[in-house]
Design a protein around this ligand. Structure first.
Ligand SMILES: NC(=O)c1ccc[n+]([C@@H]2O[C@H](COP(=O)([O-])OP(=O)(O)OC[C@H]3O[C@@H](n4cnc5c(N)ncnc54)[C@H](OP(=O)(O)O)[C@@H]3O)[C@@H](O)[C@H]2O)c1
Length: 166
């Protein structure tokens, strides 16, 4: 599967259950990559979406340990094992399955992730949630990198990290 994330200079991704940045081009990139595909999110990230609702035009799979949790329009799973079973039962193309946060879910599923689309925002911002710093992992390499862009004085770029086969 793939993951998609926007990180600050020190790989921060969120604070107080909100994103650190709202960059229209990045939100568009997320929409385009995931539209028509499958996103996997933790319960807290789901609740940070507009109205606490699943994102439209894609299959939303939500991880929670709460067996009573219900959310119209989303598939609920209660463990990584249950998630992997659901993905294999439904035979999704693994290129179309995106881990979309938050911090706990990115970390737990990194083992199953081959490609990460990272929007790197060159700004420091206080965070309470982080993505694992892929630059510190020997098996992850940057396969492609966009030119630098800018929004309201904030510089950012799109990078694709690919897990190297051992
Ligand atoms: N920058 C980005 O690209 C980006 C993208 C997405 C999210 N975010 C940010 O990330 C932050 C949220 O991340 P987070 O780590 O606090 O929360 P999270 O990963 O979104 O959700 C955590 C919750 O997911 C459930 N969960 C996770 N792993 C599970 C497992 N193996 N089995 C069962 N349930 C599991 C648990 O729900 P229960 O407590 O219900 O059991 C857990 O409390 C927010 O600030 C959000 O804005 C950033």
């Amino acid at each position: 599967m793939k993951a998609i994330v926007a990180v600050s200079q020190d790989w921060g991704i969120g604070k107080d259950n909100q994103l650190l940045f709202s960059i229209p081009e990045d939100l568009k990139f997320f929409r385009e990559k995931t539209r028509g595909n499958v996103i996997i999110v933790g319960r807290k990230t789901l609740e940070s979406f507009p109205g606490g609702r699943p994102l439209p035009n894609r299959t939303n799979i939500v991880l929670t340990s709460d067996r009573k949790y219900e959310c119209e329009g989303a598939d609920i799973v209660h463990s990584t094992e249950e998630l992997i079973c659901l993905l294999s039962e439904r035979k999704y193309d693994r290129d179309k399955v995106f881990v979309a946060g938050g911090g706990s879910v990115y970390s737990e599923l990194l083992l199953f992730t081959d490609v990460v689309y990272v929007t790197k925002v060159f700004a420091e911002k206080e965070a309470d949630t982080y993505f694992p710093n892929l630059d510190e992992y020997e098996d992850w390499e940057i396969a492609s990198s966009s030119e630098d862009r800018e929004f309201e004085g904030i510089r950012f770029r799109f990078e694709t990290y690919v897990k190297q086969k051992q």
